[in-house]
Design a protein around this ligand. Structure first.
Ligand SMILES: NC(=O)c1ccc[n+]([C@@H]2O[C@H](COP(=O)([O-])OP(=O)(O)OC[C@H]3O[C@@H](n4cnc5c(N)ncnc54)[C@H](OP(=O)(O)O)[C@@H]3O)[C@@H](O)[C@H]2O)c1
Length: 369
């Protein structure tokens, strides 16, 4: 297998290093903005040098962002090359374009590192869905948010302090918006739900709430009631359709999710034969992530395509009702008073997310049963 790498950053360099030790695959070209020199691969600045090179059969996209990554990946597929990408934003956003194109061109297309980094989550979903109906997918899918919430819970830090610490350790970007507002988890749960349920979700139907409004006083109330807050991405098959959303959630202190430390991920599926299966590991980092890119390369070399067939366009209905912890301005039904905050009566996911949009000082977290 002759490979071209697009991007030579954290992931790209890791893929280069791992493949150098293997005899079945070789990185021969690297698209890179900076001037680099590699002993056994040619650095190029123009994508044409890769697209027009017939000796290259597979492109690894590890640039990030939507543009020009989308145009490059599309052109690579149109040129008959397999594509492996670690870019969740790209694969989620252009699912409806790239998946049919890969199938039409008969090229391999995999993106295991895009969800769960070092956890082979999408490959596990692929295996799970071929022998059973999946009922539910999701969990802790963003290490930055888990690190911040874990620090607030275990060390009593406030949000700003915990975020600064995450940035100092390289677990959070200088601009942390994509992580803390739940967008990264949103991409991951949409992609996971599409694969698990064989659908193609409308983005607008999947609501997202992140963790940036959480205060130390919220964490103290959760602890007093035996609860821990985690940011969860959830995708569920319901009687009428699908419930898919991202939000802070309160789990019991003895639940697996509550005990996920630092920047680790814990992702779970529930199948009608296997029941609950959880996968734990590093959601990011050079070698864990590059490991799954190389796993994809091995699968593509063996002729594997995407994880699931392309499914029809679907809206999540989110009519599922839950109880919620709310601090700030709730004037609906209340089932418990938590001294400065409340636990609501049952409110649908769609209604609570709509309410949060109009109450910018409020914080809400679902109470997981
Ligand atoms: N890092 C992780 O642990 C991890 C885990 C899972 C998934 N991912 C995903 O993997 C992707 C890559 O992440 P990363 O952490 O490796 O990013 P990164 O360290 O920023 O590397 C991206 C590389 O792509 C290059 N690049 C960007 N635009 C380019 C262009 N137009 N032409 C050529 N090269 C270009 C960058 O060059 P410059 O530096 O010169 O701009 C940089 O070398 C992202 O989609 C990310 O979400 C990352």
């Amino acid at each position: 297998m002759k490979i071209a790498l697009l991007g030579f950053g954290v992931v790209g360099r890791g893929v280069y290093e791992i493949t150098r030790e293997r005899s079945d695959m070789q990185v021969t070209k690297v698209l890179c903005l900076e001037d680099i020199s590699l002993p056994d691969a040619q650095a190029v600045k123009n994508i044409r040098d890769i697209l027009e090179d017939d000796s290259i059969d597979t492109v690894v996209e590890a640039m990030g962002g939507l543009h020009p990554a989308y145009e490059f990946v599309r052109a690579a597929m149109e040129a008959g090359k397999n594509v492996v990408s670690s870019n969740k934003a790209l694969v989620c956003t252009y699912y409806r374009e790239l998946l049919p194109l890969a199938q039409k061109m008969g090229v391999g297309f995999r993106s295991t590192a895009a969800v769960g980094g070092g956890i082979g989550w999408l490959s596990e979903l692929e295996r799970a869905r071929r022998v059973q109906t999946l009922r539910q997918v999701g969990g802790i899918m963003n290490g930055t948010c888990n690190y911040i919430l874990d620090n607030m819970t275990r060390l009593g830090k406030d949000y700003t302090e915990a975020l600064k610490q995450a940035q100092a350790l390289g677990y959070a970007e200088a601009n942390p918006t994509t992580d803390v507002e739940g967008i990264d988890t949103w991409h991951k749960i949409i992609l996971s739900s599409n694969i698990a349920f064989g659908i193609s979700l409308d983005f607008d139907s999947v609501p997202v709430a992140g963790i940036s409004r959480i205060l130390a006083e919220d964490i103290r109330r959760f602890a007093a009631h035996g609860r821990v807050c985690k940011l969860l991405g959830i995708g569920k098959r319901t009687e009428d359709g699908f419930s898919v959303y991202v939000q802070p959630a309160l789990v019991g202190q003895d639940q697996l999710e509550a005990n996920v430390p630092m920047n680790y991920n814990l992702i779970t599926f529930v199948g009608d034969i296997s029941d609950r299966m959880s996968f734990y590991g590093q959601g990011a980092g050079r070698y864990p992530t590059a490991y799954n890119v190389v796993q994809d390369l091995v699968d593509v070399a063996a002729g594997k395509g995407f994880y699931a067939p392309y499914g029809v366009g679907t809206k999540a209905d989110n009519t599922e009702t839950l109880s919620w912890y709310v601090r700030g301005g709730w004037d609906g039904q209340i089932s418990e008073d938590w001294d400065g905050a409340v636990i609501t009566g049952k409110v649908s996911v769609a209604d609570m997310h709509a309410w949060l949009k109009t109450h910018s000082d409020a914080f809400a977290a679902s109470v997981q049963e």
